[in-house]
Design a protein around this ligand. Sequence first.
Ligand code: ATP
Ligand code: MG
Ligand code: FE
Length: 378
Amino acid sequence: ALILGIESSCDETAAAVIDGNGTTLAARIVAQRIASQDEAHRPYGGVVPEIAARAHVEVLGPMVEAVLADAGMTLDDVDAIAATAGPGLIGGVMVGLVTAKALAMAADKPLVAVNHLEGHALSPRLADPSLQYPYLLLLVSGGHCQILEVAGVGQYRRLATTIDDALGEAFDKTAKILGLGYPGGPAVERLAREGNPKAVPLPRPLVGSGEPHFSFAGLKSAVMRAKDAQRTFLRQAQDERSEANPETQNPARPEPVEGRQPYSDADIAASFQQAALDCVIDRTRIALATAAPGMTALVVAGGVAANAALRGALEALAAEHGLPLVAPPPKLCTDNAAMIGWAGAERFALGYTDPLDVAARPRWPLDDNAAPVRGAGV
Ligand code: ATP
Ligand code: MG
Ligand code: FE
């Protein structure tokens, strides 16, 4: 089936045409477009819901027309329209969902209301046609950090979640502390490549605990203290230097003072990333040990799955357990409409469609997703 997919739950506006019968990734994504609002939110250091919703309104209509044109199609050619119905920023979700409802009504096509997390959860099947259910999924995004058994469409059993921050949130906060701007994950990863992951001692919250849950708030606080300690060190070093030699400028790379070893922002980034990854690997190892038998693969999805260091570490962990690691290409890890269209295609193939009064849901746990969506009007 041909599905038009729409995504607008956060700060990317995206539309895609998916061929659910395609046997390769290239054949499955007939066309896709994505507009990031990074520039609009950058001055605020994070997503501003009102700005996001307004930007979705401006961009989405023309984008749907454009992506259909890219695909060489009209709305009449698609079999169903799939849109994110939550969870996410409610204003943005409503823009996408209402647009999808209007298109469905105008063209007399079925609507598929997609859980954004299901989009992430099934994106590895879009990318790798050989991936079979059931698989163990590490879902690491800006708002979520969970481990789930995925037994089929709508069949999720959650083994673990975070008790405070999501992993992507921890990357974003670290980026903010280091002045790297928004969005932070890719910037932290880039800077971490130049640093020493052992330079700054940081905690590994919950490592060793018997249940595979996550916690990142303590790690973030430790990063903040490390940055403060670095500032203090640099100030003292500067004072001592200018007393010795008033000509000395602010050095780009801090130098040791009387045997006290300084560390750079790159060292903080690398040490943070290492600590976070150590947590994720330890927690995922526990989940692999406690998961139901028969998992065909270890799978990672969500924005943080774009992180190369994480992918490498998970690859080794999966190999330890004799499992393949399946990770979508980085561009399908962060928010996009291809994954929403694909989840729509999987649902549509099973006969799951939704009424035009289906509600947008700001909160919507994935393991509460067994049945097709039902609800009152948006
Ligand atoms: P959710 O899917 O939970 O609703 P979201 O849609 O905002 O949240 P995603 O778009 O899936 O989240 O992921 C965005 C997150 O991924 C951000 O926190 C971002 O910093 C992080 N991220 C993206 N690329 C990388 C990377 N290379 N390394 C680490 N983190 C990354
Ligand atoms: Mg984004
Ligand atoms: Fe997302």
